[in-house]
Design a protein. Structure first.
Length: 170
């Protein structure tokens, strides 16, 4: 993309409640800590800086910066950014039927970290087992509902499916 769209996407992330939660968790991990040492390392792209704290935690500044790069934000929070883009430019939401026909999982957003990329859902499926070891699937496939257990693959936040949907319903 370009500088202007990069800047706009970072701004979109920063203004969301989900983005604020991510940054609050990062802030909480640092507040009150004191730096015990600084180590410099050689990376092919430059010098790496690793902070060590008195509680023996380490913070690689390059990793922290990469975690908040616009590329990472787009990869981890694309649906969140798309939602905000739709707010900024409602006239571009010209195809509501495509959104209505999309999988309900496409609307999932983690209430803890705002990620929307992958979720683990506890499902059930009807299978028929035969004495010879043959197993056949029922014609319903895998099923789940708003009360099914769900976990965000990004931050491991656990809840039920309804917690990950804006209106609580698939």
């Amino acid at each position: 993309m370009g500088d202007a769209s990069d800047h706009a996407d970072v701004g979109r992330f920063l203004r969301t409640p989900e983005g604020k939660k991510v940054l609050d968790r990062f802030t909480e991990s640092l507040v009150g800590k004191s730096i015990a040492g600084v180590e410099y390392t050689h990376y092919s792209t430059g010098i790496g800086i690793v902070l060590s704290f008195h509680d023996r935690d380490l913070l690689d500044l390059a990793e922290a910066i990469e975690a908040f790069s616009v590329e990472t934000l787009r990869r981890r929070y694309q649906r969140l950014l798309d939602r905000e883009y739709g707010i900024d430019f409602p006239q571009l939401n010209a195809n509501p039927s495509a959104a209505e026909n999309a999988s309900p999982v496409a609307r999932f957003v983690c209430p803890e970290c705002g990620a929307s990329e992958a979720f683990c859902i506890e499902t059930w499926q009807r299978l028929t087992y035969y004495p010879d070891g043959t197993v056949t699937e029922g014609d319903e496939g895998q099923q789940w509902d708003p009360d099914s257990s769900c976990c965000c693959e990004s931050c491991l936040h656990e809840g039920v499916v309804g917690d990950f949907l804006p209106d609580g319903k698939p």
